[in-house]
Design a protein around this ligand. Structure first.
Ligand code: FAD
Ligand code: SIN
Length: 526
């Protein structure tokens, strides 16, 4: 089946939905998602959205905090754009119905997280993402120009490659004509032709065994763009959240928001020692790269599996008001945060790199934009400041919308796109070839390319990856496409990009720490 649409949006998180609501004023929009409509990283966001609301906070302070967290690799122009435009974009969210908590005086109740010098995080209790996702979907359902299709798995971007055409700079470069999608209900591969495509496919926490990200986070969009020969940047910078709940067997991990530390929670070793001041003067509220590495170090020193987050000194009533879901979760596994320390571990959380885009969200593939976690805008540099990603998604979806609606009237559909070629493929005989390799991949990324890396570990990862890559490509050639196989392939592409970028980086910066390199100021572990 072939369909045509003005704007195709791949992904139903904050980036895709906020773009769709605006683009729909200028044409027909189709949103596709491979899972249920709300199964996104967005839904699980806890802490909130960072933005400058009241004095004494200021744009300059938020910019400075973002630059410090990014460890010298942020694009300052982009940082200024995102922070200056942020409050206007949050007004859009409020207009769409998002309800951010206020205090008894009617002012926004701002939280503080690691790396922030001020209280500036707008939130809805401890489930801000759930509130945002719900309110955006309510708007989407009411819009006559928007169709949202669930269980459509985007396989590959359609470019000149599928037409056998040679692409050179003089022919205008690579162009995106739409996408091949696997319909998970009919099991058929359909063609969707689009004038403009927005990639909003989220992150890739599933590269690792321990992650806060749901199962959908397999980096599909980045892998598709990489295969289509678009530029992908900064992939070595994988952010580990310092405090996921240690609850063996639970996957993905339940997050204990950094706002709990902003509220006064203190990290302690298994012996009860407040270790963070030994690593950074900001203590438990240092930026995430530093806290995650410090925890990793303390876990290795103790030989245990976790450290503790101490909330026993906090006001129980206020804690319950601010963090009702965390309280419920802890109690459900027998931990009372007012009398017990909460066991926590770092978990893969956020992909700072991704599809390289310009200041308008345009990738270097013509008519393809990217926003949200799959995009690399230059905001985060070597390490994302907490709660800057929802903000970035809103700002860049808006910028991509403004740019793409200006261009759309000049774009025509390609008439000669071939159907998906499934010649010579058969149903897989055993799934273990796929699931086994996914587990192996997650193990090698966790063991060798995690918080602390070394030359020998990265080389070992690359050697193992080559084997898994070869096996999986051979399987892909002869097997009918399925989400499991395609996600594995995408995860392999991304692992390769992470390991390659990590091997090429010759200095420790932000989230990239190679123990064979000299430690710099922001990476101090003895
Ligand atoms: P997502 O919300 O992840 O949406 C991706 C969409 O793409 C999904 O609909 C998915 O199904 C779809 N998709 C993916 N691949 C395909 C495919 N092949 N075909 C079709 N559809 C596909 N950030 C903050 O700023 N503040 C926070 O407090 C915060 N807390 C967080 C807490 C947790 C537990 C997690 C996991 C993340 C948190 N983050 C937070 C990060 C933030 O939530 C994400 O970066 C952001 O929501 C990403 O939004 P997105 O729209 O780019 O992608
Ligand atoms: C958190 O609430 O700690 C997560 C915030 C983020 O990832 O930005």
């Amino acid at each position: 089946m072939q369909q045509r649409v003005d704007f195709l949006v791949i992904g139903s998180g904050i980036a895709g939905l906020s773009y769709a609501l605006k683009a729909a004023e200028f044409g027909k929009v189709m949103i596709i998602t491979k899972a249920n409509e709300d199964e996104t990283n967005t839904k699980y966001a806890q802490g909130g959205i960072a933005a400058v609301t009241y004095a004494p906070d200021s744009v300059e302070k938020h910019i400075e905090d973002t630059l410090i967290a990014g460890d010298g690799l942020c694009d300052e122009k982009i940082v200024r754009i995102v922070i200056e435009e942020g409050m206007e974009r949050i007004q859009d969210m409020i207009r769409w119905g998002a309800d951010f908590d206020k205090d008894e005086t009617g002012k926004y109740d701002l939280a503080r997280e690691g790396g922030h010098s001020e209280y500036r995080v707008l939130h809805h209790k401890d489930n801000t993402g759930f509130e945002i996702e719900r309110k955006l979907l309510m708007q989407i359902h009411q819009h006559p120009n928007i169709e949202l299709h669930t269980h459509l798995f985007a396989l590959d971007l359609i470019t000149q490659h599928h037409l056998g055409e040679e692409v050179t700079r003089s022919t205008g470069g690579i162009e995106c004509f739409g996408v091949y999608v696997l319909n998970l209900k009919t099991k058929k591969v359909d063609t969707i032709l689009s004038k403009i495509t927005l990639m909003a496919s989220g992150g890739a926490g599933q590269l690792y065994k321990t992650t806060t990200n749901p199962l959908i986070a397999t980096g599909d969009g980045v892998a598709m763009v990489y295969r289509a020969k678009g530029t992908v940047n900064d992939m070595e910078f994988i952010q580990f959240h310092p405090t996921a709940l240690y609850n063996p067997g639970e996957s993905p991990c339940f997050l204990i928001t950094e706002a709990v530390r902003g509220f006064g929670g203190i990290l302690r070793t298994v012996d009860g020692y407040d270790f963070m001041p030994d690593y950074d003067e900001r203590g438990s509220l240092a930026s995430r790269d530093i806290v995650a590495r410090a925890i990793d170090n303390e876990i290795k020193k103790s030989g245990g599996e976790f450290v503790y987050l101490d909330c026993t000194h906090l006001d129980p009533q206020k804690f319950a008001e601010h963090f009702p879901n965390i309280l419920r979760k802890c109690k459900s596994i027998g931990i009372d945060p007012f009398t017990n320390y909460i066991p926590v571990v770092p978990a893969a959380h956020y992909m700072c790199g991704g599809i390289r885009v310009d200041e308008y969200g345009a990738s270097d593939i013509k008519n393809l934009y990217a926003a949200g976690e799959c995009a690399c805008t230059g905001l985060h540099g070597a390490n994302r400041l907490a709660s800057n990603s929802l903000l970035e998604a809103l700002v860049f979806s808006h910028r991509a919308y403004e740019q793409s609606v200006k261009k759309i009237s000049d774009i025509r559909y390609r008439e000669d796109i071939p159907d998906w070629n499934a010649d010579g493929t058969t149903e897989p005989k055993e799934m273990i070839l796929i699931t086994g390799n996914r587990r192996e991949l997650q193990a090698l990324m966790s063991n060798y390319v995690g918080i602390v890396r070394s030359n020998v570990r990265m080389k070992r990862a690359m050697d193992r990856l080559r084997i898994i890559y070869g096996e999986t490509e051979a399987l892909y050639e002869r097997t009918v496409v399925s989400p499991a196989l395609c996600e594995l392939r995408n995860l392999i592409n991304l692992s390769y990009l992470v390991v390659k970028a990590a091997m090429q980086r010759t200095e420790n910066r932000g989230l990239h720490y190679n123990s064979d390199l000299d430690a710099n100021k922001s990476s101090r572990i003895d």
